[in-house]
Each structure stands twice: as C-alpha cells, then as structure tokens.
Design a binder for this molecule. Structure first.
Ligand SMILES: *[C@@H]1O[C@H](CO)[C@@H](O)[C@H](O)[C@H]1NC(C)=O
Ligand SMILES: *[C@@H]1O[C@H](CO)[C@@H](O)[C@H](O)[C@H]1NC(C)=O
Ligand SMILES: *[C@@H]1O[C@H](CO)[C@@H](O)[C@H](O)[C@H]1NC(C)=O
Ligand SMILES: *[C@@H]1O[C@H](CO)[C@@H](O)[C@H](O)[C@H]1NC(C)=O
Ligand SMILES: *[C@@H]1O[C@H](CO)[C@@H](O)[C@H](O)[C@H]1NC(C)=O
Length: 485
C-alpha cells in the first residue's frame, strides 16, 4: 500500500555539470520506470493466488502435512540464515571527491515507509556513484512527527557501517521512486546491510524498547506480538465494512477523502478477496484456533484502534494476558508521545523480539518486520490468510469449534513464516529478502560465523534455472490436504 511518496533530488555538482545532468535525467527516467514495475497493486492482488511450489519439496511436506504445525517455531529455521555480506568483487565506495554528485532524499510516511525509502536511497546512491546526504524525514506528511533522522536512527553507525559501500555525509526537486525487486544480487545484499544492520535506532529508543521486551520476558518465557493496524486510516483505505452502521460508513468515508484516487469498492467483495484486515476479535479467534492457549502473553502493537476499548475487549477476553507499550512503559513513554515514529519504533523493537509475530495487513511495518524476521532466522511470523479466513468467519456458525479450528489451521498453512513459503525472487523484496537468505549445507546449527559461500536461495534458484519444476496450485477452498506455500 502506498500512502505517501518519497521525494528525491539531485544536487548539481559544480565540478561535473555535464555528467550530473545526464545522470539525473537517467535516474529520473529509470526510477520512473522502476516505480511502474514494482507493481504493488499487482503483487497485493496476486499475492494469494501466486503460491508456487517446488515438487521436490512436496515429498518433504507430504510427510509433514498431517503433522501438527509447531505454532511457536519453524522446524526448518535452523536450516537457513541471513546472509548479506559484501561479495568479494563488490567494489568499494567511490570517494566523495570522485563521486558524481550528491543525492538528497526526503522520505515521508510512517517509520517503516521511511525505512524502505532510506534503504532504497542507499542503493540508488551506490548505482549512481553518488555521495548520499543523510536522508531527511519529511515533516509534512499525515503522520505527525517532527523527528529528524538523528532523532530516530544512530547516524554515526549508519555512516560507518556502510562506509565500504556508499559514501555518506551529514547535511533537495521531487519525485516518486521505488526500487525494482529484481536488482543485481549484490545490490540486494546491500539493501539488507542497510535495513538489517546499518539502520539502528538511537540509544534512548533502543533502551526503552529493550526495557519493554524485558518486562514481557519477565512475565512469560515466550510471547506473541500482534500488529493490529485496526486503525481508522487503514480501515478507510481498505474500503471494508465492519458492521458499525451509518456512523462507521460516514466516518470512514470522510477519512477516505484524504486520498483522491481511491476507487469505489464493494465492501463485501473486498472481504471475499481477503483485502480486509481482521478485527481484533478475529485475530484472537484465529490464534486460539491455531492452538495458542488463553494463558498466552500477548503484546499488542497499535496506534489508535478504531472503536477504541470496545473493539479490543473481545481480544482481551480471549487472551487476558494482554499488554501494550502504554501498559509496560508507562510514564517513560510520555517524552515520545509527540513523535509518532519514535512510538512506532518501540513497537517495532518488541515485535521484532517476539517469539511469534502476527501481521494483520499488507502495510509497511508488517512487510518490513516479516522480512527482517526471515533474515534473522525465520522466527514465526503469522500472516492471516484473510481470503480463506473471511469465508470461514462468515460460516463459523455452521460448524463446531473443532471443525472450525481445523479449517483455520489448514487455511494458515503457508502463512506461518516458513522458509519455503515463497519461490525465491517472488514477492516484494522487503517482505521476502530472498537474495539475503542462505541455506546451510548441514542441518546442524554451526557455531562458526564464517558461513560457507553465502549462496542465497534466489541465487541457487537462478542457477538451477529449472522452470519446469514449478507448479501452480489452485486456490480452491477444498485443498486442505495440500501444503499452501
Ligand atoms: C560508477 O563507477 C564504476 C567504477 O568506477 C563505473 O564502472 C560505473 O560505470 C559508474 N557508474 C556511473 C553511473 O557513473
Ligand atoms: C483459561 O480458560 C480456563 C477454562 O478453559 C479457565 O479456567 C482459566 O481461568 C482461563 N485462564 C485465563 C488466564 O483466563
Ligand atoms: C564449536 O563448538 C564445539 C563443540 O560445541 C567446540 O568444541 C568448539 O570450540 C566451538 N568452536 C568455536 C569456534 O566456537
Ligand atoms: C571457522 O571460521 C574461521 C574464519 O572465521 C575459519 O578460519 C575456520 O576454518 C572455520 N572453522 C570451521 C570448523 O569451519
Ligand atoms: C534457462 O531456461 C530457459 C527456458 O527454459 C532456456 O531457454 C535457457 O536456455 C536456460 N538457460 C540456462 C543457462 O540453462
């Protein structure tokens, strides 16, 4: 979902006027094209129908299909690791005095949209042999926050950890850009180095986040973090209806006017297509159906919930051990309240550390964290299969709980954060950073950090070039016996 745009600008260098204007032109053109091809709409639309599987995996799954899902941990998590080391032949950064000029960007949107923008800006600067000026965060956007880069991220760390890749200096024409999903693997790895290593929160944010995590851990050996995103803007954007009558319809319609290009949607159709975030209650019911007991500890990450406490109540009843950053951090949070991105950073940290993370939409935080958790060792990440679940919720009264739970479990196969859920190279990069995921030679966890050759899954796939072994699964509701990848 693209709510906001990033702005990028070229700063004409006095020394090299010719090359710079050329480059700026090429860049504008290329990035324009790129943003056409990134296909967010397409990838969202096709998401549920593009589940492809490799037959050699079928046998592996055939044996495990009827095995219960381990709801806390992927069985295969030890077989993979995040790999984004620089390749031996990846040349060093162009020194500032030889660079093609300066790249300035202003990112807008919420914390995680900014993160995506910054990550991509580093790669653009690298491609252009430009020196990157530490990105500025746009303050005009709907997300209310006046924070600058240095208020949220550790600038010195950002510059020093990327020194070999891109020259970055501290310190303006606008257009929209997104990087393509099929960049050179070395540049993809650079994206991972930026996003998963170089972008580190400032000390005060990191410390408060860790404190909240510690409080959860003191209470529970393991916990689930749920990113509800059941917020007014999200619901308005989705075009869905949640049974709140005229009041809801009018309120959401009013918010929907914020975007001037949204089409008229049929709420029921959107629900059937799996485009509607689950309600907090539905999230709770899904989790209980998956097998999480009522004594499980829940951390709920969210901004303003539509409908407030009343909307949350059913979820609280399903999981009485219910916590938020407000409950756990209390007064210490006060200094962050005027800064929505810094608040979001606390949720980001806790969700990242959780044993199980539940996303509830295709938003930026959900994608960024899902990708990060894959990279960091495939910790359980549950993405509600809204398309199949919504059908189930609509017919819930027609079956007993056991049948319902069984169907929920089956609907969620392939949406649990397993390593093989997506064919390498498919899906959006920030959610499926396949170029930065490597498979271990041996299944034994190794204690040596010098990982073999760091051949990523997407690279392995590319080399094997075997298009014949892909097979498309139907999206029929009855394929319960099939693994959904
Ligand atoms: C960047 O520098 C490299 C090596 O010096 C060169 O091969 C490449 O063509 C340059 N790219 C641009 C866009 O200037
Ligand atoms: C969980 O449910 C059981 C009954 O099934 C009840 O006795 C228990 O008090 C509940 N636990 C919590 C924490 O609510
Ligand atoms: C790796 O583990 C083995 C056995 O657990 C141990 O003997 C060895 O010293 C470890 N090596 C390193 C480099 O930590
Ligand atoms: C462990 O990694 C080091 C480099 O960090 C390498 O020299 C050594 O051979 C590796 N040991 C094993 C057992 O793989
Ligand atoms: C890859 O597959 C395509 C289509 O099957 C084929 O045309 C091409 O020659 C193959 N390339 C290699 C390097 O095997």
């Amino acid at each position: 979902m693209k709510l906001q745009k990033h702005h990028i600008s070229c700063w004409r260098s006095q020394r090299k006027p010719l090359s710079w204007s050329l480059i700026c032109g090429i860049m504008l053109f290329a990035l324009g094209l790129i943003s056409l091809f990134t296909g967010h709409v397409v990838s969202d639309l096709e998401y549920y129908s593009q589940r492809l599987i490799k037959p050699h995996l079928i046998t592996k799954w055939a044996a495990s299909i009827h095995e219960p899902i381990n709801i806390w941990k992927s069985k295969y998590m030890d077989a993979y690791y995040g790999c984004s080391r620089r390749g031996r032949h990846f040349r060093s950064a162009i020194p500032q005095r030889f660079s093609n000029g300066y790249l300035l960007i202003a990112t807008s949107g919420g914390l995680n949209q900014q993160r995506t923008g910054i990550t991509d800006a580093v790669v653009v600067a690298r491609i252009l042999n430009a020196t990157l000026v530490v990105p500025s965060l746009d303050h005009n956007s709907y997300w209310k926050d006046d924070s600058d880069f240095a208020d949220i991220f550790d600038v010195d760390w950002f510059i020093s950890s990327l020194a070999k890749d891109v020259k970055i200096v501290v310190q303006l024409y606008k257009f929209d850009y997104r990087l393509a999903n099929d960049l050179d693997p070395e540049l993809q790895k650079l994206r991972c180095r930026v996003n998963y290593h170089a972008l580190r929160f400032t000390k005060p944010i990191q410390e408060l986040g860790s404190k909240v995590v510690l409080k959860m851990r003191e209470m529970a050996k393991r916990f689930i973090a749920v990113h509800l995103r059941f917020e007014p803007d999200m619901l308005a954007f989705s075009g869905c209806y949640y049974g709140g009558g005229e009041k809801e319809i009018n309120e959401l319609r009013e918010i929907r006017k914020r975007w001037d290009t949204l089409p008229d949607l049929s709420p029921l159709e959107e629900r059937k297509r799996g485009k509607c975030p689950l309600t907090p209650e539905e999230v709770g019911v899904m989790l209980r159906a998956l097998g999480y007991k009522n004594d499980t500890y829940l951390y709920v990450a969210s901004g303003e919930i539509y409908g407030g406490e009343a909307t949350l109540q059913p979820l609280r009843e399903l999981f009485p051990n219910f916590y938020t950053k407000e409950i756990l951090a209390g007064e210490e949070l006060n200094s962050l309240v005027p800064f929505s991105s810094r608040l979001a950073a606390i949720d980001y940290i806790v969700c990242d550390e959780s044993d199980v993370f539940v996303t509830n939409n295709n938003g930026n935080m959900a994608k960024i964290l899902a990708g990060r958790r894959r990279y960091m060792g495939h910790k359980r990440t549950i993405k509600p299969n809204a398309k199949r679940l919504s059908a189930l919720f609509m017919s819930r009264d027609t079956m007993d709980w056991r049948t319902f739970a069984k169907k929920v479990k089956s609907a969620q196969r392939g949406f649990m954060g397993e390593p093989d859920e997506m064919k390498p190279g498919r899906g959006e990069f920030h959610e499926f950073p396949a170029a930065c995921i490597c498979r271990r030679r041996s299944r034994r966890p190794t204690n040596n950090t010098s990982e073999e050759l760091d051949i990523s899954e997407s690279e392995r796939w590319r080399r094997s070039n075997n298009t014949a072994i892909t097979e498309r699964l139907g999206s029929s509701e009855d394929d319960e016996f099939l693994p959904r990848l």
